[in-house]
Design a protein around this ligand. Structure first.
Ligand SMILES: *[C@@H]1O[C@H](CO)[C@@H](O)[C@H](O)[C@H]1NC(C)=O
Ligand SMILES: *[C@@H]1O[C@H](CO)[C@@H](O)[C@H](O)[C@H]1NC(C)=O
Ligand SMILES: *[C@@H]1O[C@H](CO)[C@@H](O)[C@H](O)[C@H]1NC(C)=O
Ligand SMILES: *[C@@H]1O[C@H](CO)[C@@H](O)[C@H](O)[C@H]1NC(C)=O
Ligand SMILES: *[C@@H]1O[C@H](CO)[C@@H](O)[C@H](O)[C@H]1NC(C)=O
Ligand SMILES: *[C@@H]1O[C@H](CO)[C@@H](O)[C@H](O)[C@H]1NC(C)=O
Ligand SMILES: *[C@@H]1O[C@H](CO)[C@@H](O)[C@H](O)[C@H]1NC(C)=O
Length: 399
């Protein structure tokens, strides 16, 4: 018997040993279809999430069950228990797709964030109204106030009992990342909504990808995701970005280069980079991080590349030089938020970037070759909405 089965068995035994009142039976379940890094199991009055990356199990006990009434609680290296549905939560927002919460109608329960550098207009609005407070990342009493505290990396050494590792960024495919909405849904008994949102997003994504795959094109554009840091240009190795390129009908450059980093202070490297950009690349997505996205233009790119003669760069003549910082709050990008929860929008951006760059209307990508600027996110863009009403995903027309 594997260890989570033992846990489930123990929990079932606990539920039945203490008496007859078993609480709400769970009717609707979420089944993980695509994501690789979490699994969900259901009992009568509890659920178990097994998190593959941190090897932890979260035992979620229904609030009206016997187990909850007897205050059954686990807080060990491997098992943490939570009473669900939660009525409040907090999140480590240094990298956090807040939009997942909005798609579930849970933003009103978000009471604490570790930074207000968030690319979500509604979270900024709630923060501005004093409904969300800033928590000190290093103060246990801050992080332990709410029913759950979600974090998106496993680096933290702390082992607070309300800590839940929410890890979409560890998945390789954009759809796998989006499916983590089910992870949050389980904590709120919102399986129905989470399933519905994911199904619609997945259907739309696969339809868009299918339509592209059906087109017979004379050639596929060769695409490079490139970032500059400390004099070095690096081609991406992020699998989800490579998948996006394939799904949007492009070809990844990584198959035609033998190295991923090029030091611009080294003349041989610079020459090699120059040759790659001249001969091979049709589309560039410049991922270079900056504290001031609005100030990053095509001249910033050329300055960083540092070659005098760029007349041979087809992505300049064809105006196919992009960045994914179109939607930003200061230097915080919606690319790490809305783009994670709604990958169909990213796919649609890339399809346009590859097929009709002159005429694209994109959500996350901006065409710096055309001088397209940044859209600055602020709380006023949220409007006057009820935070318990779930936001609908944006479903794009697809043949
Ligand atoms: C359980 O949670 C639901 C939904 O938040 C709430 O209405 C109900 O009062 C809670 N029940 C108990 C016993 O806490
Ligand atoms: C964002 O920029 C505004 C205006 O420059 C500034 O007032 C604010 O403090 C910044 N917020 C964050 C979280 O950096
Ligand atoms: C959060 O919700 C729990 C019940 O789930 C409640 O006991 C607690 O007081 C709430 N915390 C705050 C700070 O509102
Ligand atoms: C792709 O082509 C197949 C076979 O012609 C067709 O059944 C399918 O509906 C097409 N898919 C899309 C999304 O257009
Ligand atoms: C890049 O090349 C320069 C010149 O050769 C060298 O001084 C520098 O250390 C290199 N940078 C890295 C990160 O390797
Ligand atoms: C880019 O422009 C060249 C002519 O400058 C053209 O031959 C080529 O097909 C264009 N590439 C793309 C991807 O549109
Ligand atoms: C731009 O889009 C419009 C409508 O979608 C279309 O009619 C027009 O031909 C497109 N222009 C280019 C240059 O692709």
């Amino acid at each position: 018997m594997c260890w989570w089965r033992a846990l489930v068995a123990a929990a079932v035994a606990a539920a039945f040993c203490v008496g007859t009142g078993t609480g709400t039976a769970v009717n609707v379940v979420s089944k993980v279809e695509d994501a690789a890094n979490f699994h969900i199991y259901y009992g009568q009055t509890f659920k178990v999430i097994k998190n593959v990356i941190d090897a932890k199990s979260y035992l979620l006990i229904q609030n009206n069950s016997r187990m909850a009434a007897t205050r059954t609680k686990y807080c060990t290296q491997r098992i943490r228990s939570f009473v669900v549905p939660f009525s409040n939560f907090s999140a480590d927002t240094y990298f956090f797709p807040v939009e997942c919460m909005q798609l579930l109608g849970l933003l009103g329960l978000l009471k604490g964030i570790t930074t207000n550098a968030v690319a979500s207009a509604c979270a900024l609005k709630l923060y501005g109204e004093g409904q969300i407070t800033i928590l000190n990342k290093d103060a246990p009493e801050d992080l332990m106030q709410f029913a759950a505290h979600f974090v998106t990396n496993t680096d933290q050494q702390q082992n607070y009992c309300n800590l839940a590792d929410f890890l979409p960024f560890y998945e390789d495919h954009p759809l796998q990342r989006a499916e983590w909405i089910k992870f949050i849904g389980v904590f709120a008994n919102l399986e129905t909504r989470a399933n519905q949102v994911y199904d619609r997003i997945k259907e739309n994504y696969l339809c868009l990808a299918g339509a592209v795959a059906n087109q017979s094109r004379p050639f596929k554009p060769v695409v490079a995701w490139l970032a500059f840091y400390n004099d070095i240009w690096s081609f991406t190795q992020d699998k989800s970005k490579l998948k996006y390129v394939e799904d949007a009908g492009g070809e990844n450059i990584d198959t035609s280069i033998n190295r991923i980093t090029y030091n611009t202070s080294n003349p041989d490297d610079l020459e090699a980079l120059h040759a790659i950009l001249c001969q091979t690349v049709d589309v560039v997505i410049d991922e270079t991080a900056t504290l001031d996205p609005a100030a990053y233009t095509v001249s910033s790119f050329l300055e960083n590349v540092g070659v005098e003669d760029h007349s041979c760069f087809a992505f300049l003549t064809n105006q196919t030089l992009w960045r994914y910082d179109k939607r930003a709050y200061n230097s915080t990008l919606d690319w790490y938020d809305g783009a994670v929860s709604q990958p169909q929008l990213v796919l649609a951006d890339l399809i346009q970037a590859f097929s009709s760059p002159g005429n694209a209307s994109t959500t996350f990508l901006r065409n710096i070759a055309k001088g397209e600027g940044v859209l600055s996110i602020d709380g006023s863009m949220c409007g006057s909405q009820d935070f318990s009403t779930p936001m609908d995903p944006t479903i794009l027309p697809c043949p």
